[in-house]
Write a protein that binds this ligand. Sequence first.
Ligand code: 5AD
Length: 352
Amino acid sequence: MNFSEIHNWLRESDDRRLEKLWRTADDVRRRNVGDEVHLRGLTEFSNHCVRRCAYCGLGAHNSGLEHYRMNADEILACAGRAVELGYGTIVLQSGQDSGVSGQWLADVIERIRRQTPLAVTLGVGERNAEEFALWRQAGADRYLLRFETSDRALYERIHPDLDGVRSDRIAILHQLRELGYEGGSGVMIGLPGQTYETLARDIELFGELDLDMIGSGPFIPSPHTPSARSDEKQVPNSEIMSYKVIALTRIICPQANIPATTAVATLNGQAGYELGLQRGANVIMPNITPPRYRALYDIYPAKAGVEQDEDYHSLLKERILAIGRRVGAGRGDSPNYINRRHANKEAATCAR
Ligand code: 5AD
């Protein structure tokens, strides 16, 4: 599918024609990553953040936010919970927290890898090359860093420099790949200033970057942030647009792991997850952050999962089965990554 086809689908409003997009995406999903839905235990371990991204409620704009940082034992308890729930992966997510040292996080990763069979995914922002290497050595498997938009001018407007250093997430994604991480990225849908052309280019770029994981979700205005006050034109930040992005992403990156994200569920609850899974997605990231911290991870208002109760996890599994899918067993590595590693090994053997 080329740029103009992606672009046309993003503008498509005829339900009958969209059915064709959903069917194609679902078919590509089934043939490439199968019927398993992988569950990732999302642990939001710190809401401190040194950045001032224009859209995010954790940033320094939100001066009223109460801050927390979980300690290592609390994080290990979450890992234990993920194992208990039968999940294959723990996702350690935080703001870009200068109070989290490279060594401290490396120790946490090492403990999780020693004590559990879990794969470890990190999403802790734009850190430096030594830290990425240290964490990889400690056993981290995957790294998530959304590039948010492919429009460089828009990107720079919403990501202020930190200590005079320009933010360049595409460059970081290349570094992570070199270090052997499974690399994940994504964008927000309906960000002020984002055009249909930009969003089509975002999706095209997912393919060019050969990403292993791609998570995108609707922009949800967060009070106290500049983006919430913006009157720039934008692609609709709607549920249907989010499914279009999921479906097109699946078609462009057939072997990637693609979640139905929390932001989609924020627009339409559990049904948002299910429709996402039926339109290209194969991953869900249930929130396992201890309830007392969960509401404080305030990226945007009314985030799904904050109110979830005890039987949430068993219900989730039932609903996955009810739509004819299976709950993934094991780590659920991305086939895109497995094949790349395999190809690299073959190439190395041939060279010898
Ligand atoms: N609406 C939707 N998504 C947001 N994110 C941050 N702020 C918002 C918002 N207001 C997303 C960004 C970030 C991810 C962790 O959360 O894409 O990469």
